[in-house]
Write a protein that binds this ligand. Structure first.
Ligand SMILES: O=P(O)(O)OC[C@H]1O[C@H](O)[C@H](O)[C@@H](O)[C@@H]1O
Length: 536
């Protein structure tokens, strides 16, 4: 893998000069070219991705693609898919794509297939009722206990695929907040509940505390012998699971070459398979596999992860935008922004390059979002008329799942209208004409007009799918995964470690011990007083 500071490339310098030339160009002027939507769109599988409403020209894309070449994107992809240890600071390969690879020579195929088979067998037994609780009752509820990648992927997908749900109800406990634990289990019947403890390392404080509390609650009610029918675990750490008191027969393994935030395709997806059935889980993997193939085999100028990553770099490093929004026009996708926050920000929130040196340019984007149309009534004011430039991905589908056509037309009318309005804005002349039609006096119009002007020129990318299915969701998630990888390559950072998370873990342990032992003196005055007030 090349190790190149992107700012030293010829493309970077040309992009800088090009940016200075077009930074004030308005999208409405760019759209005087009628072929623009054709030139800047990609039709792939069931998706149509329109990136024409971005502040780009042919030259921008040529230069961005040149940047990808210069930093050695192709070579980096070969290392990634070839199983090289591209997660160098942890000495690991990054092989989550192997989990969905349908080819005969897939990496670790035998092991992966064996685990998939056990997920299938187990989930089918639970869903059919063949797997009974200890007192002979069928399982009705599943509780996933995990955090970070062991929670966000499963919860996002289970919410997204509610339409495809089996008879099982799925719940998620993640926060070490005891109220989260107790609120979730308070109405559950332990005799009909299955607990899935998910932790790649099986050392995470939140998950172990939550699992311990739940296990005790369970044992008090149903007894120790019942644990084997009601507790299963997903982890790489067999020893820690055994110490926790879950039998090896109830363990679904995963591997170190699967990063936590890329793990929903592994046994971490067990609660997904329980929630929507194994066939739908397979569909999810299949969609992701198709995206992997697209990413691997498509020239960069028509390659969705590459193009979307380059756009993001364009805004992040040249427009110097701080944040990007992801707005799904599907209530089912309401956890997608939260999921992407971990995937994107934990991966690319790095300030040291692959030489171990402080970068001199911006990296990781800040991601946020909420479903439309709700978000329109919340933060769209700022996107439309605030001082910040916020590129946004709009994700929507041609068909609703319940077939509520009149609702869907309204939803999608908003979807299309917003990107158009963000692009075009509204000029003062237009505002004045509108106000004149309302019969206001010329003075009142003059006074009010500035507040109703929209500058426009706000970039958006529209991702229009056919329908939200396991397959299309898998493809969408994989597109973002690869986008992350491409950005990491351009920024010359390690996208697959997460040392920044460790500090918080260590600090909390120390503070907990200080609280227990009344040892507040070692802290700064602010923290000491806060701790003392907490103990009062
Ligand atoms: O699955 P676990 O080992 O419990 O880890 C859960 C989470 O822990 C940390 O927050 C890591 O930064 C995440 O990447 C990981 O997903």
């Amino acid at each position: 893998m090349k190790n190149i500071n992107p700012t030293t490339t010829a493309a970077w310098k040309e992009l800088q000069a090009h940016y200075d030339e077009i930074k004030h160009t308005h999208l409405t002027d760019l759209f005087k070219n009628d072929k623009r939507a054709e030139d800047f769109s990609i039709l792939w599988d069931t998706f149509y991705v329109d990136y024409s409403k971005n502040r780009i020209t042919e030259e921008t894309m040529t230069l961005l693609l040149k940047l990808a070449q210069e930093v050695g994107l192709q070579e980096a992809m070969d290392s990634f898919f070839g199983g090289k240890k591209i997660n160098a600071t942890e000495g690991r390969a990054v092989m989550h794509t192997a989990l969905r690879d349908e080819s005969d020579n897939a990496f670790a195929k035998a092991e992966v297939d064996a685990v998939k088979k056990s997920i299938q067998t187990f989930t089918e037994k639970v869903i059919s009722g063949a797997h009974k609780g200890a007192t002979g009752k069928e399982i009705t509820d599943v509780v996933n206990i995990g955090i970070g990648g062991s929670d966000l992927g499963p919860v996002m997908v289970v919410e997204a695929l509610q339409y495809y749900k089996t008879r099982l109800n799925t719940h998620f406990i993640s926060n070490v907040d005891g109220d989260h634990v107790m609120e979730t289990i308070k109405d559950l019947d332990p005799e009909t509940t299955l607990f899935v403890i998910v932790s790649k390392t099986f050392t995470t404080q939140e998950t172990l505390s939550n699992a311990t509390t739940v296990r005790k609650w369970f044992v008090d009610k149903v007894g120790e012998d019942a644990v084997k029918n009601h507790f299963v675990a997903v982890s790489t750490n067999a020893e820690a699971i055994a110490n926790f008191g879950i039998s090896p027969d109830n363990v679904f393994p995963m591997w170190n070459w699967v990063g936590g935030r890329f793990s929903l395709w592994s046994s971490v997806g067990l609660s997904i398979a329980l929630a929507v059935g194994y066939d739908n889980f397979k569909g999810l993997l299949h969609g992701a596999f198709k995206m992997d193939e697209h990413f691997k085999n498509t020239s960069f100028d028509k390659n969705l992860p590459v193009i979307t990553a380059l756009l993001s770099v364009w805004y992040n490093n040249f427009f110097k935008v701080e944040t990007e929004a992801v707005i799904p026009y599907s209530q089912y996708l309401h956890r997608l922004p939260a999921y992407l926050q971990q995937a994107i920000m934990e991966s690319n929130g790095k300030s040291v390059d692959r030489n171990g040196e402080r970068v001199s340019y911006e990296t990781g984007n800040i991601i946020w979002g909420e479903p439309g149309t709700n978000s329109q009534h919340a933060f769209f004011q700022l996107i439309h008329q605030g001082t910040k430039l916020i590129p946004a991905d709009f994700i929507g589908f041609k068909n609703s799942l319940h077939g509520e056509k009149s609702h869907h037309d309204k939803l999608m009318a908003n979807f299309f209208a917003q990107t158009e309005a963000l692009m075009n804005g509204k000029t003062k002349d237009q505002v004045i004409t509108e106000l004149q039609a309302g019969g206001l006096s010329p003075e009142a119009i003059e006074e009010l007009a500035p507040f109703k002007v929209f500058e426009g020129n706000k970039p958006t990318t529209t991702i229009l799918g056919e329908a939200l299915t396991p397959e299309s969701l898998g493809a969408l998630v994989a597109m973002y995964e690869h986008k992350i990888f491409v950005q990491g390559v351009i920024w010359n950072i390690y996208s697959f470690d997460q040392w920044g998370v460790e500090l918080g873990k260590q600090l909390a342990k120390q503070v907990l011990s200080d609280i227990d032992n009344d040892k507040m003196t070692s802290h700064d005055s602010s923290t000491r007083i806060l701790l003392e007030r907490y103990k009062l």
